[in-house]
Write a protein of this length. Structure first.
Length: 274
């Protein structure tokens, strides 16, 4: 069996080597080895450690077996398989230089690497060709969105300026009461701030009875109902300031939907002098 192993070393490779070593009874640091390689057979006494690192044969002589990537006694990088030889106190190692073992792979890579580079370049070109229009659309869309948002913000500011600068009182209300007003509304009703207005009912800013004899609560409910049905309604109304002073006003109601809720806008003009 050992003879067959020595005979089969040639097919392993140019740097292939099969070795059988024995422990020296009077020298723990060295070993006697019979080396068989493609260049011929040799008998040598070798150190069990190289650069303070154990050789693969050292593991075999210690009864271990396995495969390791390391340096051999020549200080060359090798891939070595090692194992003990039964109960004889011997060890055997089959190894080959790592460079030769990897040579077929490296030879294939010489042909494959350019193809891989070419594929990567083609892939990047295709990706650039396909993605660039999408990126351009995304950038254009973002720019358009920014422009629209800027326009809406500017429009909102202009409308707010008109809303707050109007000479008429503008009140926004739902069926649950007032939800907003402009500064002129506070001046007209003699209020300090919007907290005295928002959430209150229109009847709270009117005398108990209107000149036509209708109770203010009933009258305002009727007029709001008409506005909700027609979408637009104009009438005269008597309001009461915070100090108890009554004044006549012309009210223009318009209705619109916002966020699924019906909202009334009341534009109120003081016509007491008229």
């Amino acid at each position: 069996m050992m003879s067959e192993a020595f005979a089969d070393i040639a097919p392993i490779g140019k740097t292939g080597e099969f070795a059988v070593c024995a422990i020296l009874a009077d020298d723990e640091k060295n070993m006697d080895c019979f080396l068989n390689r493609t260049s011929g057979k040799d008998f040598k006494r070798l150190a069990r450690l190289v650069e303070n690192k154990p050789l693969p044969m050292n593991f075999a002589l210690n009864g271990e077996s396995g495969i390791i990537d390391t340096r051999d006694y020549r200080h060359e990088h090798v891939i070595a398989a090692y194992a003990p030889v039964g109960v004889f106190g011997l060890g055997m190692v089959l190894k080959i230089d790592r460079a030769e073992l990897h040579h077929p792979v490296m030879a294939q890579l010489k042909f494959i690497a350019p193809l891989l580079v070419a594929l990567v370049l083609v892939g990047m070109s295709l990706l650039n060709f396909l993605v660039r229009p999408l990126v351009r659309k995304l950038v254009d869309s973002e720019r358009e969105t920014h422009d629209v948002n800027t326009y809406l913000h500017d429009t909102q500011e202009r409308l707010r300026s008109i809303y707050e600068g109007s000479n008429d009182a503008i009140m926004l209300l739902t069926e649950n009461g007032f939800i907003d007003c402009n500064v002129r509304t506070l001046e007209m009703l003699g209020l300090q701030d919007k907290t005295e207005f928002i959430g209150h009912n229109p009847a709270e800013f009117s005398p108990p009875v209107q000149p036509d004899g209708r109770a203010s609560m009933v009258a305002v409910t009727d007029d709001i109902a008409k506005a909700l049905q027609s979408g637009k309604n104009q009438f005269e109304w008597v309001h009461r300031r915070k100090n108890g002073e009554d004044f006549s006003a012309e009210v223009l109601l318009s209705a619109f939907d916002y966020a699924g809720e019906r909202i009334l806008q009341a534009t109120v003009r003081d016509i007491t002098e008229q």
